[in-house]
Design a protein around this ligand. Structure first.
Ligand SMILES: [Zn+2]
Ligand SMILES: [Zn+2]
Length: 79
C-alpha cells in the first residue's frame, strides 16, 4: 500500500513549483502611461480621470497603455 503522505508531498511540490512560475509571471513590468510620463516630466499630474483612479491604487493606468505598479520614488522633497 502506498503511503498517501508521499503522494501528498508530491502534489504539494507540484503546486509549489506552479506557484513559483506564477509568481514570476505576476511580476509585471512597471510602465507609466505616456500621458502620465509626459505630465510628470513637466512636474504636473496627469489630468485624466482614469489615471487618477488607477494611481489611487498605486497602479499605472492600463487604459492609457501603462502597466504594473507605479514605481515608488523617494518621497519628493519640498518644492
Ligand atoms: Zn495619464
Ligand atoms: Zn488613463
Amino acid at each position: 500500500m502506498k503511503s498517501p503522505k508521499s503522494i501528498l508531498a508530491l502534489v504539494v511540490l507540484a503546486l509549489l513549483s506552479t506557484g513559483l512560475a506564477f509568481a514570476g509571471d505576476d511580476k509585471k513590468e512597471s510602465k507609466a502611461a505616456g500621458c502620465c510620463a509626459r505630465a510628470e516630466a513637466k512636474g504636473e499630474k496627469c489630468g485624466h480621470g482614469c489615471c487618477a483612479e488607477a494611481a489611487k491604487d498605486g497602479n499605472n493606468c492600463g487604459k492609457c497603455k501603462g502597466s504594473g505598479k507605479i514605481e515608488k520614488k523617494e518621497e519628493a522633497k519640498k518644492h
